[in-house]
Write a protein that binds this ligand. Structure first.
Ligand code: ADP
Ligand code: MG
Length: 251
């Protein structure tokens, strides 16, 4: 099925709430993910039907074990569904092999993790440059862009420092700059403030809010309703299913 028909088919399964904007960048249809744990099968995601539109600012919330990270990893092409469909940016990515998934990831996804995941031997600029290196950008261009991104997250004066010389909040800002370096279709953040004190956490949320205001599509996983309140759209998971979705009134 072509993209337009695929989206129309997903729409048939959904409520009008999913179509505030009409520029879908991803669609999931009856998507399931099972994990085999010994003899037990865990249904981490069950019949997910979801459309996310360009410029959306989404929080995925739910109790621990409800499938938030599994859903985010699926959106970010870190994993494949056990059944069902996933289209990202007009392409069916449900059945791609690992190499092709990683190509898509490199080109379209920016990841921010709770634990920052910076490379300790590299300085700030080098960490930010990694995705551009894999995209084959010239050294000159990637250096220039990495400097701009460091400045964007407020670290323009610290480019030679290594991660161990930075606070947690500063490390997460490097991770955000790195996530932006391939100019991704979507920025995905899994508990981005989970390892931070409340002040640095608030700084990170401000940067993410700003990205959304500038038009980036942002999906944040959190177990914290106060953090979810920053987002315009909230998707609530329970036991691997979408329990509820809400749009906040825009202010
Ligand atoms: P959350 O992020 O909401 O805490 P997860 O998506 O991490 O939830 O996990 C959802 C369910 O899937 C849990 O029951 C978890 O134990 C299980 N699960 C997640 N990843 C794996 C895995 N790699 N192998 C087996 N079970 C997993
Ligand atoms: Mg999780």
């Amino acid at each position: 099925m072509v993209w337009a028909e695929e989206v129309a088919a997903v729409k048939d399964n959904l409520q009008a709430i999913d179509f505030k904007s009409d520029k879908p960048i991803l669609a999931m249809k009856n998507l399931c993910k099972n994990y085999q744990l010994g003899t037990v099968e865990v249904q981490a995601l069950r019949n997910i039907n979801l459309i996310i539109n360009e410029g959306d600012d989404v929080a995925i919330v739910g109790p621990s074990g409800s499938g938030k990270s599994t859903l985010l990893n699926m959106i970010g092409c870190l994993d494949r569904p056990s059944s069902g469909k996933y289209h990202l940016g007009g392409q069916d990515v449900s059945k791609l092999d690992d190499d092709n998934l990683s190509l898509i990831r490199g080109a379209r996804i920016g990841f921010v993790f709770q634990s920052f995941n910076l490379i300790s031997q590299l300085n700030i600029i080098e960490n930010i440059e990694i995705p551009m290196y894999y995209q084959g950008l010239s050294e000159h261009n990637s250096l220039e862009r990495a400097r701009e991104l460091a400045a964007l997250v407020g670290l323009g004066d610290r480019t030679k420092h290594r991660p161990s010389e930075l606070s947690g909040g500063q490390q997460q800002r490097v991770a955000i700059a790195r996530a932006l370096s391939n100019d991704p279709l979507i920025v995905l953040a899994d508990e981005p403030t989970g390892n931070l004190d409340s002040e640095s956490g608030a700084d990170i949320l401000k940067i993410l809010d700003k990205l959304h205001q500038e038009g980036k599509t942002l999906i944040t996983v959190t177990h914290d309703d106060n953090i979810a309140a920053h987002s315009e759209r909230i998707i609530r998971l329970f036991d691997g299913e979408i329990e509820k979705q809400e749009y906040k009134q825009s202010n």
